[in-house]
Design a protein around this ligand. Structure first.
Ligand code: GLC
Length: 556
């Protein structure tokens, strides 16, 4: 079967040779006259099935109107009208701080630094532009009708991807995107140069697997928000996508469609026992695959990737929805698992020993609600709940509509634990004592209920808000935003909060952390105008059939 034809996504231009772009000038691409195309809302919301139907009917520009969530959909929060007339005083302050964090390269803004914290003695690498940290900044600029900085960033990081990357004597994969970069200004020579970190300087020397995925997701957000297809269609962006994809679609010894990762290769960038198949990466992987599918050209080089992506998406969604999903019923089933089963008939496929289920999860699991657990591999299920993975699962439609609703049910049922006094816990629960020693390697920054180990990260507010809007529950987002508003500015926009309820400013938290600022702005703007959601959300693909067993939260 010709998958390319079946899933034909777009018009393919015939000139598709990939030109080398070793050290091209950013401005060359930027100086092209900007096409001011009307907001294009549809091309990447089409499901695979819709696309195949569209193609069969000979429709090249399949249009579908946008509708977030399934149920109450766009019941725009009542406060939105109020907000648009009386913006919260924090909004102006936030914009000012966000603009102060801008980084320029040869006169053009290319990103935002991680934190603008003059009081802090230790700058470490917080004066750099982190790829993942820039995402909420980028969304804020896009929502505010300022796409140029996002385009500059996408091109700058694409250029960095072309660098040869080494750690000691080992050469990293071609497609790797940096965790961060820094612009060095030489005032004598009046030159700007860039240094990038692909993991070779990072604490722990881990390459960021999430950077490439965020880059693809951001390229789609830019395209979606501006309607400017020309950037994603450049041979350079097409090649950039393919390079990222070849890193994660390559065949190896894996028996699972999930992506095998080292510990600390994402937002949680230090040892936290998330090696293997962490939910955070799997959800971003899924989303990046879907975004690529909408943007890749079906030319000689792109076609093969499209076919591989389609196959992987089917296997990945099946695997995640079947084995990572947990709710009351599923937990009860695992609790009663038999072990040492051999052959295809095994129910307990990964030979998980029920005794390894931690006590806390029995109390934590509500009768109604569910979530994707942290990790699944042979004889190991990490039952911890992770915010980013679950929110991205909703936004990418990795979660079925029923699963998305169940994740939101869990938020409501476990508000104290997951939100408490400051949105949002990065993961739940914290690991302590002996387990902390073994899992984190005695990491003093990751003590219980601090930083990555159960700390509360304001940046996650934008993802929560987006998930709320998508599932038609804006009132949850409103509650969370109000909590943030009661403290963030007063506390000078900390990077994270500590404690079971997230009540204390994090022990080593930076102040004026850019993604805390931008995350707040994005949450505010989305709630005010929910149509912004489209740039960071993908509709369900009806071809990927849910494989869930009945769950208590299905009845809602
Ligand atoms: C910390 C965080 C990481 C973030 C970086 C810059 O290392 O763990 O997620 O990207 O700071 O803010």
């Amino acid at each position: 079967m010709d998958v390319t034809r079946e899933f034909g996504l777009r018009n393919v231009s015939s000139h598709c040779s990939i030109s080398e772009m070793d050290d091209y000038d950013l401005t060359k691409l930027l100086d092209k006259p900007r096409l001011n195309i009307k907001r294009e809302k549809s091309f990447d919301e089409r499901s695979l099935s819709e696309l195949s139907i569209g193609l069969a009917r000979g429709l090249d520009n399949f249009e579908s109107s946008y509708s977030p969530g399934g149920r109450s959909g766009l019941d725009t929060p009542a406060s939105s009208a109020r907000n648009s007339f009386e913006p919260h005083p924090m909004v102006a302050e936030a914009w000012e701080s966000l603009r102060r964090s801008l980084v320029h390269f040869r006169g053009q803004p290319v990103g935002t630094i991680a934190a603008y914290d003059h009081a802090s003695e230790e700058v470490l690498n917080y004066d750099q532009v982190f790829v993942r940290d820039f995402v909420p900044s980028a969304l804020a600029f896009l929502m505010n009708g300022e796409p140029d900085i996002v385009k500059n960033f996408l091109l700058k990081t694409l250029q960095l991807q072309g660098w040869e990357k080494r750690i000691d004597r080992f050469k990293l994969g071609e497609g790797a995107m940096p965790a961060s970069f820094k612009v060095l200004h030489n005032s004598d020579r009046k030159t700007d140069t860039v240094v990038a970190d692909f993991g070779e300087s990072a604490i722990g020397r881990v390459a960021p697997v999430d950077s490439g995925f965020w880059w693809i997701i951001l390229l789609r957000a830019y395209t979606k928000s501006t309607g400017d297809l020309t950037l994603a269609e450049t041979p350079e962006c097409q090649k950039g996508m393919r390079l990222i994809l070849s890193l994660c679609l390559s065949e190896g010894f894996d028996t699972f469609p999930t992506l095998l990762c080292a510990d600390g290769c994402s937002m949680i960038d230090r040892r936290m026992g998330i090696y293997g198949y962490p939910i955070e990466i799997q959800a971003l992987f899924f989303m990046a695959l879907r975004c690529s599918l909408a943007m890749l050209k079906h030319d000689a080089e792109g076609k093969e990737f499209v076919e591989r992506i389609v196959k992987r998406l089917h296997a990945l969604s099946y695997h995640m929805r079947s084995y990572f999903w947990i709710d009351f019923q599923q937990l009860n089933d695992i609790y009663r698992y038999k072990t040492e089963e051999y052959s295809h008939t095994a129910v307990n496929k990964f030979n998980v020993i029920p005794d390894s289920i931690p006590d806390w999860v029995f109390d934590f699991m509500p009768m109604r609600g569910g979530y994707f657990i942290g990790n699944v591999s042979p004889a190991r299920m990490d039952f911890r709940w992770f915010a980013l993975g679950n929110c991205i699962a909703i936004l990418s439609s990795l979660a079925t509509p029923e699963q998305s609703a169940a994740i939101m049910d869990l938020f409501e049922a476990r508000w104290e634990e997951l939100v408490g006094e400051m949105p949002l816990k990065i993961c739940y629960p914290a690991i302590e004592s002996h387990e902390w020693r073994i899992v984190t390697g005695c990491d003093p920054k990751n003590t219980r209920w601090s930083y990555h180990n159960g700390g509360s990260w304001p940046v996650l507010l934008w993802m929560l808000t987006a998930a709320c809007i998508k599932t038609g529950r804006p009132q949850i987002a409103r509650k969370a935003i109000e909590l943030a508003e009661s403290r963030l500015l007063k506390d000078s926009w900390p990077e994270y909060y500590d404690g079971k309820l997230g009540r204390y400013v994090g022990k080593q938290a930076r102040k004026y952390q850019t993604w805390s600022i931008a995350g707040y702005l994005v949450a505010k703007m989305m709630l005010e105008d929910p149509s912004h959601l489209g740039m960071i959300s993908l509709e369900e693909d009806r071809q990927m059939k849910p494989v869930l067993k009945r769950s208590s939260s299905w009845t809602c």
